[in-house]
Design a protein around this ligand. Structure first.
Ligand SMILES: *Cc1c(COP(=O)(O)O)cnc(C)c1O
Length: 459
């Protein structure tokens, strides 16, 4: 029998379980109303399958839990810091490490050091906290991702690529001196977890080197990006995830990391740079915003769990199962005809709300509406990534992003394949009754990162 499928399965077994509360339709209706139709404001207890984010929601391994017991909680010079520093150097290849409480702590410090008022920061699509810190430091973000990334139907395998012509135009227009660095993300979150290719990265390195511009890497999901390079880019099939990750990093000058994603911990992050001067300033600044430079707002035990998690995150079997589960869910949704961003990305499924609810215009928040409907059906919590997340420009106007998506983010090592079936079937049911769904209006809007706390009413 040569045509029997060779399925992947999880390279781990379950040692402990967390019991979930099952809710009724009327309980969910009440909970959603109390949350102002914003899934961020739901109580986690009222959620059955939580796909709000893959941030800090991973299941740690027994080795990581054992590492927690080895926490050295000294104020200065914790041994866990030195272990983490060694792992970051060994696995990621960056020279100097500044631990931070999470990714945005690193973004804050880095933006303050490198950006001057009036600077331009080109990047392969924005990320919410990243762009905000760039703006708060006086810079202006310019999107230089390839056009394909804005088209949810386009199946180009590396939609995270930088459009080098767009970058060249910015250099010609503003001059390289006005561009402190290119903000390059792997597995571009807002485009649907889309990877950047090694070829594109090499070209980006060559162009930026010519002009003396740094490349700063948002490496939150670098291992997932490495998986797509291994699977889809010529010449990488026989290379390990670990070696691909290291090669990616070698074309950059430094990185901000939210360890709550790839690195399999519930809290943590860091700034890593190769440049001694930047490191020195960052080491000084971390004391103001995070904590001493050998803990940066983290407990010793958290740094230990992170050090161990980083090692596990670049294991080939781990990443194959992690992305395999995401692809399983995406293919299931496609079977039901649900419009999703293609190709399927590395950390979640992004449902195209404009296509799903074409009768709702962007001022009535189609993705926000869809996220609420999905919760109401079976208790699956997702997140809006559209006009609400995009926020307002400095002049107060709304950003109207081309992509209006609902993100189904899969926590690492947490849910089973049966959960994936329940999710796909629930979305299919909502899709069946899509024509009856009405949009919403915003009744409360916070000033910063409004998607976290905004409240809505059904029209
Ligand atoms: C989560 C995330 C961040 C911010 O990290 P936090 O740990 O949430 O502060 C930055 N960039 C990307 C791509 C992310 O996904």
């Amino acid at each position: 029998m040569t045509n029997i499928k060779h399925s992947w399965a999880e390279p781990y077994k379950i040692k402990m379980v967390e019991l979930l509360k099952m809710t009724t339709a009327s309980q969910r209706k009440k909970a959603m109303k109390e949350a102002g139709f914003n899934t961020f404001l739901l109580k986690s207890e009222d959620v059955y399958i939580d796909l709000l984010t893959d941030s800090g929601t991973s299941a740690m391994s027994d080795r990581q839990w054992a590492g927690m017991m080895l926490g050295d909680e000294a104020y200065a010079g914790s041994r866990n810091f030195y272990h983490l520093e060694e792992v970051v150097k060994e696995v990621y290849g960056y020279k100097y490490l500044i631990p931070t409480h999470q990714g945005r702590g690193a973004e804050n410090i880095l933006s303050k050091i490198l950006i001057k008022k009036g600077d331009i920061i080109p990047g392969n699509m924005y990320f919410t906290t990243t762009r905000l810190h760039q703006e708060l430091a006086g810079g202006k973000f310019e999107d230089i991702i390839i056009d394909e990334a804005h088209d949810p139907e386009n199946e180009f395998p590396f939609k995270g690529n930088v459009d080098l012509n767009k970058l060249q135009k910015l250099i010609d227009k503003h001059g390289a001196k006005k561009i402190p660095y290119v903000s390059m993300a792997t597995s571009v979150n807002m485009a649907g977890g889309q990877p950047i290719s090694m070829k594109n990265l090499k070209e980006l390195r060559a162009l930026t080197k010519k002009h003396g511009i740094r490349v700063i890497h948002d490496m939150t999901r670098v291992a997932e990006n490495a998986y797509f390079i291994q699977q889809k880019e010529k010449g990488y099939q026989n290379k390990s995830i670990k070696s691909i990750v290291k090669e990616i990093n070698s074309y950059t000058d430094g990185a901000t990391m939210s360890a709550k994603k790839d690195a399999l911990v519930n809290i943590g992050g860091f700034l890593a740079v190769n440049d001694w001067d930047v490191f020195e300033e960052a080491r000084n600044m971390v004391v103001v915003y995070e904590g001493l430079h050998t803990y940066g707002g983290l407990a010793g035990r958290d740094m230990e769990a992170m050090a161990i998690g980083i090692g596990e995150s670049v294991n080939d079997d781990h990443i194959k199962a992690r992305v395999g589960q995401v692809i399983y869910l995406g293919e299931k949704m496609l079977e039901y005809g649900v419009p999703i961003v293609k190709p399927i990305g590395g950390h979640g499924i992004f449902v195209d709300a404009k296509k799903f609810l074409p009768h709702i215009n962007q001022d009535q928040f189609p993705a926000q509406t869809l996220a609420a409907e999905v919760y109401l059906d079976a208790g699956v919590r997702t997140m809006e990534r559209g006009v609400v997340s995009a926020g307002r420009k400095a002049n107060g106007e709304n950003y109207y992003p081309k992509l209006e998506l609902v993100r189904f983010t899969i926590p690492r090592r947490v849910y089973t394949q049966a959960h994936m079936d329940v999710i796909a079937e629930s979305v299919a049911r909502v899709y069946e009754r899509r024509n009856k769904i009405k949009g919403m209006k915003m009744i409360y809007e916070p000033k910063y990162l409004r998607f976290f706390q905004a409240r809505f009413e059904k029209l």
